[in-house]
Design a protein around this ligand. Sequence first.
Ligand code: FES
Length: 569
Amino acid sequence: MKKLRSAEWFGRTGKDGFIYRSWMKNQGIPAHEFKGKPVIGICNTWSELTPCNAHFRELAESVKHGIYEAGGFPVEFPVMSLGETLMKPTAMLYRNLVSMDVEESIRANPLDGVVLLCGCDKTTPALIMGACSVDLPTIVVSGGAMLTGKYQGRDIATSDVWRFSEAQRSGRMSEEEMNIAEACMSRSRGHCAVMGTASTMAVMAEALGLTLPDNAAIPAADSRRKVLAHLSGMRIVEMVREDLKLSQVLTRDAFDNAIMTNAAIGGSTNFIIHLLAIAGRIGVELSIDDFNTTDLGIPLLANLQPSGRYFMEDLYYAGGIPAVMKELNSFLKKDAVTVSGKPIWENYLNAECFNRDVIASADQPFNPLAGIAVLKGNICKNGAVIKPSAATPGLMKHTGKAVVFENIDDYKLKIDDPALEIDETSIMVLKNVGPKGYPGMPEVGNMAIPKKLLDKGVTDMVRISDGRMSGTGFGTVVLHVSPEAAAGGTLAVIREGDIISLDVEAGTLNVDLSADEIDERKRYLVQFSDFATRGYVYLYQQHVEQAHLGADLDFLKGGSGSEVHKDSH
Ligand code: FES
């Protein structure tokens, strides 16, 4: 085994070694732990303000048991956590900040390998991004999804929040019923129980080869989640001994596998932005066009909300991600190495599907329409995205008049105004909710349908914005328009009544204006000026890249490795 990185701290003699070890010993750590054992950091996003990750101290204990069993020395450390439901203006604003915390915490400390405890949406990409910029042996353990919610005899989860909200707005559900439903939905530990962004990220980690098999789907409350954490603890010690680094797992093939698996499970559109950012950190060439899976013929296999009917718990009982990947056998890059040290095909070789209602076969898919369609046109020169499986088939090719909201406040003011001139053929356009504009690119792209149209029975309309949509959301919603309005994109100059054409099959999104007309309007455009003047938000707005590049900060691209060049003692 090559010399351990941690030996640069704990293997020293004299004053330096004294300082590095002595203070650690105040935790009751015996001297032999410092003698040549792989030191494994457990990067914990536990927080009571991140309810999806609130059980992570317990999960970390299982990881520690595994590390000890394999002869390692575990050290748990906290990083900033990101609770999707509480953080304002949006947890996404802080993804890059957490990635910096993770990167610097790993590099600065005597660690030989790292276990990343990830759960709620942004915690997974933030931790992987940070770890990529250091590139030590690294394994991901996800927290698992909640058990399926139960309300008045039926199954519910996060996608029902949007349905409940519309039912309340149209008077079909009372405030009291809403209060009962909220307790029924979140009835166990874990993250959102549908194929929202958190579950999508857990699947992404498994398909990238960053986890042991089955990581994505074991429910948080299932004791096998602790077993997986224990085994991951054992495995990371071996990975250090094998010197199996992140960069050996995260090859271009691994990214292709993640993209194909995401299509088959109906994963969140947020997947694109996070995977692009991870690729940027590890140095793999990936562009938004690589996500256009609608042309590859990959079918939707997982019948999971929001694209289908079932929940994460059902996915696990039906065979989990190994069973999904086995169906994708002919599409996958089989030799991509995983953290197990083996190629990915060995992870799903013996997988079985136990319920074809939940995981369909490739021959008889749940929906032939899968994945994400990338759109280009004069509204989105650098791209925009839509999730066809969550959209209304009849609206996938649609031309209509723009109803424009200049920003989120304008939208809130006008949306339920009876005087708003809008009908079901209109196209709703929301500006200034992109990375710079909001800032942080919040999940407001699936704007609510105006109440007067809801009352008429309208359930979907074409909606366009430079923002994102919750992975639990649905509808004919065009997102991530790049360049965003605040960066001077065409979106900024669209006016009320302009004719917009969406054609998902052709991959186009255009406003009926000539290039000269667009240029002319841009000449008179009042430039976006709502910039923060201090602190992290200032840094973010000055340096955030556009959505089609992953919305990372420009100076965080790539990595600085694990070497520490200066020694203070
Ligand atoms: Fe944490 Fe949905 S709010 S995963």
